[in-house]
Design a protein around this ligand. Structure first.
Ligand code: SF4
Length: 306
């Protein structure tokens, strides 16, 4: 069996920044540093930061007063910042800058009196954060399409999206929205990392017999990689370790595609390649990706202050 290793794959700039911020906070303020929501959606990364002294909690209310807390890369609603202030917490905000961009769009269009529609998965941490920024209607492509037609003029409608959705499914949802609101303003908020990983996976699907996506089951962008592979006609499974591979999946497979989502550490991919022991490993490179995010100005100021 040959393995075709997709490139780009794995960590995006937002994930690298979020993990760096936990490490910086631990070095600067000492343990424990609390992390509100999993810093990124991968249990291995969560365990690693916890081994360094971080404590992951689900809610701001779980953080002891006067402590340091890192808000995860997915973004948080305004109530979380309000409660953090009341509890006198030091907040290191690790929200990905591309999620912050969507928050800013939501606030801007709300000030302009627009009707905002957010295409996203209800209950996902990012959608909880974005939908807290302004009044908006959420359209979830996993549910039947049900758009409230309550805008006075369709030019007053703006469509935002979660950053980690399937590009193809979101285009279909946007087409449906445009049938109701032909003049709606459409913002494409799916991020570069999600788009690039999906694009290369679609191309890889035409080369190989099966694609294994390495990543966690609660990671939106990892799940979407499996979906786009299946939609492109190549079977695919999402696994977070070698042990999760069912040997039957590999029967008759000569060319195996391997990719990973934006929250998956590269050592998990290497470990799986090593244990699969292929005849050849072929790099399937399609897109150059050199994006890096700087520490946001507000966080830098906070770190410099004390
Ligand atoms: S997947 Fe995209 S939006 Fe999410 S952290 Fe990475 S770059 Fe940011």
């Amino acid at each position: 069996m040959d393995i075709y290793l997709a490139s780009p794959r794995g960590f995006c700039a937002g994930v690298v920044l979020a993990i760096d911020l936990v490490e910086i906070a631990l070095k600067k303020y000492g343990s424990p540093v609390y992390v509100k929501h999993q810093i990124v959606h991968n249990p291995v990364v969560v365990s690693e930061v916890e081994e360094m002294g971080a404590i992951t909690v689900d809610n701001v209310s779980d953080v002891p007063n006067n402590s340091t807390v890192v808000f995860s890369a997915h973004g948080s609603p305004p109530e979380d910042y309000k409660l953090a202030k009341e509890k006198n917490l030091r907040v290191i905000d690790a929200t990905c800058p591309l999620v912050t961009k969507v928050h800013n769009e939501a606030k801007k269009y709300s000030r302009e009196g627009k009707n905002i529609i957010l295409v996203g998965h209800k209950g996902h941490q990012e959608v909880i954060g974005t939908s807290g920024q302004a009044d908006m209607q959420i359209i979830d492509d996993r549910e039947s399409f049900n758009l409230l037609n309550n805008a006075k003029k369709d030019s007053d409608v703006v469509v935002l999206s979660q950053t980690t959705l399937s590009v193809r499914d979101t285009e279909n949802t946007v087409e449906k929205i445009k049938k109701v609101y032909p003049n709606a303003k459409i913002r494409n908020d799916i991020c570069y990392a999600t788009t690039n990983r999906q694009e290369v996976t679609v191309k890889l699907a035409s080369k190989v017999d099966l694609i294994l996506v390495v990543g966690a089951s609660n990671s939106s962008n990892c799940n979407r990689l499996r979906d786009v592979s299946i939609q492109s006609g190549t079977n695919s499974y999402l696994i977070n370790s070698y042990d999760e591979i069912n040997p039957n999946w590999l029967t008759g497979i000569k060319k195996l595609g391997l990719t990973s989502g934006a929250s998956t550490p590269e050592n998990l991919v290497y470990e799986i390649v090593k244990k699969l022991n292929p005849n050849k490993v072929i790099r399937f490179h399609d897109i150059d990706e050199e994006i890096k995010f700087e520490i946001p100005r507000k966080v830098k100021q906070l770190l410099d202050e004390e």
